[in-house]
Design a protein around this ligand. Structure first.
Ligand SMILES: NC(=O)c1ccc[n+]([C@@H]2O[C@H](COP(=O)([O-])OP(=O)(O)OC[C@H]3O[C@@H](n4cnc5c(N)ncnc54)[C@H](O)[C@@H]3O)[C@@H](O)[C@H]2O)c1
Ligand SMILES: [Zn+2]
Length: 364
């Protein structure tokens, strides 16, 4: 059954087959606007024609702007090129940007929309699992620089998010697994039964050759619900948004020490297991939690140990560059049990000594 949610004025629609009715959906939210679709070249090759056709075959004003796929193109240069193309096409304030693609496209096109003529509306049409359940929700946009990821950006909320789970059928299996790491995270931080549902349904979830629509729908819907619920509650400054960082403090450190040689989803899987073990060792979490997370990640084809050649000590050193590091202590978002996070008294931030983190990583 189609479901919709709202966040920061954005309607989030989760509808199988929605790509083909994109024109009507966009027209409802941005009436009379000129449409500029931004997609990477791979997604444009797969879905560009269908997306354009959804805005009416006879509408030559609809633009489809493309850039080469991949994180290494999420740059100021690509942002500049896309912005110049909008200027050259005479796009005015009545332009609506449609980001059709994964998180790279959403972040990049969202940043173009945030800055073009000081901000035009934009619509997210996420095409990867990661983009559907994470990157397209929450309003963060931006680009990378040689000094680091996402260093330049803006909050710019989409007016509409259209998640069409059918688009996942063309996603390479490894991209599906990377996104699944975030769905597993959503289960751990907020919903034990969702975690168990993923654990029990892994084979079907990852079967992109014979996808089951009800399964894909539940996967995407429940994950989006959890992210929306967390981000919305944080508007009351409960600090709750920090829980989305579970697995990411150690995950980011692993990405850093491997020079991004480990994919984000893989680093998050290792990070979740390590941080759950840390929570157990600090007597915050019940015994067996790290094992339960490791079992699901492993069955999903995600790594659960530090990569060869990476030492616990260098990972600990890298966690110190985390924004929340202070005086030999780093702040973590740690679980108490499946579906429940520790530290509600401390706004969900748990400060941990480096020595403790090191010991947990040595026991991984
Ligand atoms: N803004 C946020 O809150 C937020 C949150 C998490 C991640 N992100 C960002 O998201 C980015 C990662 O996103 P991603 O993993 O979606 O990467 P991506 O956008 O690079 O997509 C991964 C690959 O899949 C291809 N692809 C996309 N959809 C497809 C489909 N339906 N079928 C076949 N191929 C398809 C793409 O061409 C690309 O090669 C990172 O830059 C990260 O910083 C942002
Ligand atoms: Zn993540």
């Amino acid at each position: 059954m189609p479901q919709s949610l709202t966040l920061h004025g954005a309607t989030i629609e989760i509808v199988p087959g929605a790509l083909d009715s994109l024109g009507a959906r966009v027209a409802e939210r941005a009436p009379g606007h000129r449409v500029a679709i931004i997609a990477d070249q791979s997604v444009a090759a797969l879905y560009g024609t269908r997306a354009r056709a959804a805005f009416g075959p006879a509408d030559p004003a609809t633009l489809l702007l493309t850039f080469p796929a991949g994180e290494r193109h999420k740059t100021r240069q690509t942002w500049g090129t896309l912005s110049d193309q909008l200027v050259a096409a005479g796009c005015g304030r009545d332009t609506v940007i449609v980001a059709l693609g994964g998180g790279v496209t959403g972040d990049l096109a969202g940043f173009v929309a945030a800055t073009y003529l000081r901000g035009v509306p934009f619509i997210q049409v996420p095409t990867t699992l990661l983009a559907m359940i994470d990157a397209s929700i929450g309003g963060k946009t931006g680009v990378d620089t040689p000094a680091g990821k996402n260093l330049i950006g803006a909050f710019h909320h989409p007016t509409l998010v259209v998640a069409d789970p059918r688009l996942l059928t063309t996603l390479p299996p490894h991209e599906m697994r990377f996104g699944l790491a975030e769905a597993i995270k959503h289960g751990v931080i907020a919903d034990a039964s969702y975690f168990s549902w993923i654990a029990a349904g892994l084979r079907q979830i990852l079967d992109t050759d014979a996808p089951d629509e009800a399964t894909q729908m539940h996967l995407v819907r429940r994950s989006i619900e959890i992210k929306v619920q967390v981000v919305r509650q944080d508007e009351r400054e409960s600090g709750l948004r920090k829980v989305l960082n579970f697995g990411h403090t150690i995950g980011h450190a692993i990405e850093q020490v491997t020079g991004y040689g480990v994919a984000h989803g893989e680093a998050v899987a290792i990070g979740m297991v390590a941080e759950a073990l840390l929570a157990e060792r600090l007597h915050l979490a019940e015994r067996g939690l790290a094992d339960a997370i490791a079992t699901v990640c492993d069955a999903a084809g995600l790594p659960v140990r530090l990569p060869d050649g990476v030492s616990p000590a260098e990972v600990v050193t890298a966690t110190r560059s985390d924004k929340k590091s202070r005086g030999g202590q780093v702040e973590f978002a740690l679980p108490r049990a499946l579906g429940e996070m520790a530290g509600s008294e401390t706004k969900y931030g748990v400060r941990v000594n480096d020595a403790e983190t090191l010991r947990a990583l040595e026991h991984l």
